[in-house]
Write a protein that binds this ligand. Structure first.
Ligand code: DAK
Length: 257
């Protein structure tokens, strides 16, 4: 694994840090491949129940690396399917991924954060899709995920003007789940991730799949999907353990099966 990305294990949580501090964590091949490889490893590790993706205190990521991108022509971008496959590795993770965002999450950085299952923001976080300022448009889901998260009006405003949104507005608008004082961001995010990872892993994966279905299907299809998965949860030993433990007034001991 490259030093552009660092990965650590904290209890049952896999932590992935984007590590290009001199370039505001701009996303180049090494970063994108490093994140994808770390996700591959944590997904394959049965001891890990939740992932956290973070940057540093100044930047989660200030977007795709403009220095690399600026000379691409259409044929190169199209033929190489410009970084698409590995960029989307976050989206295909089956374990929950929390983005812990401090500082800038711009362009591809904002899009990466939105590919995660939820965003916890430091009080200094700033989100934006400023691609318009450099003669292009969001290319990794910004025009699609942002309206779903914050509504068309604000998404259009951000994409067309390139303005940034601070943590308070992002929380009010539904882009982020929590605002945390910057100095406690990682600790509090890891705490929440440990809580998630302490539950039954198949149940956590079912919940993630069901919530994500809300964005892919009409309401009745989504409700049917939820009902089927809910019924399936009664096949789990962990469902018996969870409900028996409640009845017996003890803590459940989940076995992830
Ligand atoms: N790329 C490369 N270097 C970057 C960078 C970036 N995106 N952002 C910052 N840096 C570098 C700066 O060049 C500077 O390097 P040195 O000059 O020190 O060598 C260093 O990081 C520190 O940045 P600043 O000196 O500018 O620091 P400030 O505090 O003054 O400003 C800033 C911070 C984040 C507001 C500013 O750096 C900035 O505006 N950065 C650019 C933000 C931006 O435009 N982001 C959108 C990029 S376009 C796709 C997927 C995704 C994408 C495309 C396709 N596919 C899957 C097909 C995504 C596109 C984008 O993200």
């Amino acid at each position: 694994m490259t030093t552009a990305v660092l990965s650590e294990i904290h209890g049952k949580v896999g932590l992935i840090r984007i590590n290009r501090p001199d370039a505001m964590n701009a996303l180049n091949d090494a970063v994108v491949e490093g994140i994808a490889a770390a996700i591959d490893a944590f997904e394959a590790d049965p001891a890990i129940g939740c992932l956290v993706l973070t940057g540093n205190d100044k930047a989660f990521a200030a977007g795709a690396d403009i220095g690399v991108m600026k000379s691409f022509d259409y044929m190169h971008a199209y033929q190489t399917d410009f970084i698409t496959a590995r960029w989307e590795r976050i989206k295909t993770a089956r374990k929950p991924v929390i983005a812990a965002v401090a500082g800038y999450a711009l362009g591809g950085g904002c899009e990466f954060a939105m590919m995660c299952d939820m965003i916890y923001a430091a009080d200094n976080a700033k989100f934006g899709q400023p691609e318009v300022k450099i003669g292009t448009l969001p290319g990794a889901g910004g025009t699609q995920r942002l309206p779903r998260a914050i509504g068309k009006a604000k998404a259009m405003d951000m994409c067309l003007t390139g303005r940034l949104m601070d943590a308070v507005e992002a929380e009010k608008s539904g882009l982020v789940a929590r605002i945390i004082p910057a100095e406690q961001l990682l600790e509090e995010t890891l705490k929440a991730a440990q809580t998630i990872a302490g539950y039954s892993l198949p149940v956590i994966m079912m919940i993630k799949e069901a919530v994500n279905r809300a964005f892919e299907s009409p309401l009745n299809e989504g409700l049917l999907f939820e009902r089927r998965v809910f019924h399936a949860s009664f096949a789990l030993e962990d469902q018996k353990e969870g409900m028996n433990a409640f009845a017996e007034k003890r803590k459940p001991s989940f076995k992830n099966r």
